[in-house]
Write a protein of this length. Structure first.
Ligand code: ADP
Ligand code: MG
Length: 475
């Protein structure tokens, strides 16, 4: 396949989207247009000079990481700035990006063990056919300890993370399991540990991977009959970071290979870092033998940040962005956005974007408007447990009834609605939804989703259920 500016940029966007707040993505990345690709240089068109400066100042590391992944280490980025008012006769001009300092996200080479049967060990991250086993850490350098502020809510997890970064594999925190709700800093902290290790021990092979991507790679390896290569590849890593392992729920095959990889790494003094949205006892459909291994090390929780921590997170963000804001506005934001840090950051970014685009000062009125808009319009990620609770409350039944094997029509419908909303509002797979809602299989969930869609368009009463539940779940 030949690369085009569009295809390269689309892949970069996928990576960028995974690494920044949705609001920042919408504001700063969606308006960019890929223009052309020449000699490994990607030309991007941005709407204004201000825009270009902002990208350079805040997102250059991220852009560089994304681009290096796509085009290799000699990738270049060239901006075409479209002047706001072309009538003045100004022409778009281009400027070259200086490379950024940190370069440890470049490839790491590992020596494949001589006794491995297959001489070309397959790296699930790269296209087959490449002999050298290179491992890119997949770390985001801007998620480091300096930018991860300490507070009451994260003290244990942060300190344990720092201990691991200073002595990977050499503390009793192995595995280190970080757990906590959405937007509380699990991914950031997991990267920070990896980044810290690369700074302290540049020769160690660190690999960050989301559980979802791990599952995809595993599935692919089954399809291509390379399961052993897949396991061997992961057994070469010195520090393995797996984010959001709750997605392993209900996936027996993945859990099995992970078990082998984990044991090998642990026995060889390698460090494993895991994150999850639940604590081990509450994880569902994870094999007992894996769960018991998760408990070998330390489980550290990230809690909701208290008021002081929220204030310092805002102040730090403003400081890093070089933006001034009155104290009373900072306090107003900290008081009103309590859900999580991602939403807090999103609100600050909207505020800054609004004031810069409209060239207005940041006032308390503007802050009020944004908070109102932001808090109301933000789609919250809900958990499958919450969905089951809302649906069973709505139909005045308990969750056990909702999950039971009965064929009674109103109970079946309630269960199907819960499955439908779980598919719509969470990132969980059909199999995982099925196993959490009454131990059904993925085909049952798929059928439920279709049935709900059909009924909602043909049955007035049923459609009202869907609308009502939708409203309740959005609150
Ligand atoms: P999770 O993975 O738990 O959903 P993230 O790690 O993606 O959460 O964090 C959400 C946002 O909040 C990120 O932009 C992250 O940088 C920021 N954040 C989280 N915790 C902190 C902290 N202690 N200090 C500064 N920023 C934080
Ligand atoms: Mg995360």
């Amino acid at each position: 396949m030949t690369l085009t500016a569009e295809s390269v940029w689309d892949n970069c966007l996928l990576f960028i989207q995974d690494n920044i707040a949705p609001e920042a993505f919408k504001t700063w990345f969606q308006p960019i247009k890929p223009v052309k690709l020449t000699d490994n240089a990607l030309h991007l068109q941005v709407p204004s000079r201000f825009f270009y400066e902002w990208l350079e100042e805040h997102y250059i590391d991220l852009l560089k990481t994304a681009l290096t992944k796509e085009l290799g280490s000699d990738a270049k980025l060239i901006y075409a700035i479209r002047m706001e008012n072309p009538a003045k006769g100004m022409e778009a001009f281009t400027e070259k990006i200086p490379s950024s300092k940190r370069n440890f996200t470049d490839s790491q080479n590992v020596d494949a063990p001589v006794k491995t049967k297959s001489p070309e060990l397959k790296n699930p991250f790269i296209i087959p056919g490449i002999r050298n086993v290179q491992v890119e850490s997949q770390l985001n350098p801007s998620y480091n300890f300096d930018s991860f502020l300490e507070g009451e809510s994260n003290r244990l997890a942060r300190n344990a993370g720092m201990a691991v970064a200073n002595k990977p594999g050499g503390t009793s925190f192995n595995p280190l399991l970080i757990f906590g709700g959405v937007g509380l800093g699990k991914t950031h902290l997991a990267h920070a540990i990896g980044v810290g290790i690369k700074e302290n021990y540049p020769d160690k092979t660190v690999l960050y991977i989301s559980a979802e991507r791990f599952i995809q790679q595993y599935t692919e390896s089954i399809r291509k009959n390379t399961r052993n290569d897949f396991i061997h590849f992961y057994q070469l890593i010195d520090v393995l970071i797996v984010d959001d392992i709750q997605f392993f729920s209900g996936k027996a095959g993945t859990q099995d290979v992970f078990f082998h990889i984990f044991n090998h790494l642990h026995q060889n003094g390698k460090q494993v870092i895991l994150t999850s949205d639940k604590k081990p006892v509450d994880m569902q459909d994870i094999e007992q033998r894996l769960l018991s291994r998760f408990k070998w090390g330390l489980s550290a929780e990230l809690n909701h940040p208290d008021y002081e921590t929220r204030v310092s997170i805002i102040q730090n963000k403003l400081y890093r962005d070089g933006v001034e804001m009155d104290d009373n506005i900072v306090h107003y934001l900290a008081e009103n956005i309590k859900t999580n840090i991602r939403e807090l950051e999103g609100a600050i970014i909207s505020l800054i974007a609004h004031s810069s685009f409209n060239r207005k000062d940041i006032t308390i009125d503007l802050a009020r408007k944004i908070v109102e808009n932001y808090v109301k319009n933000t789609k919250r990620e809900v958990s499958i447990d919450q969905i089951q609770k809302v649906v069973s409350d709505y139909f005045q039944m308990d969750i056990d009834t909702l999950q039971s094997k009965t064929r009674k029509r109103h109970i079946v419908q309630a269960r199907q609605l819960a499955m439908y909303f779980a598919k719509k509002m969470t990132k969980a797979s059909l199999a995982s939804i099925g196993s959490q809602i009454g131990k059904r299989d993925h085909a049952t969930v798929l059928h439920a989703c279709k049935t709900v869609e059909n009924l909602a368009s043909t049955d007035k009463q049923f459609n009202k259920y869907v609308q009502d539940l939708q409203k309740k779940l959005a609150d």
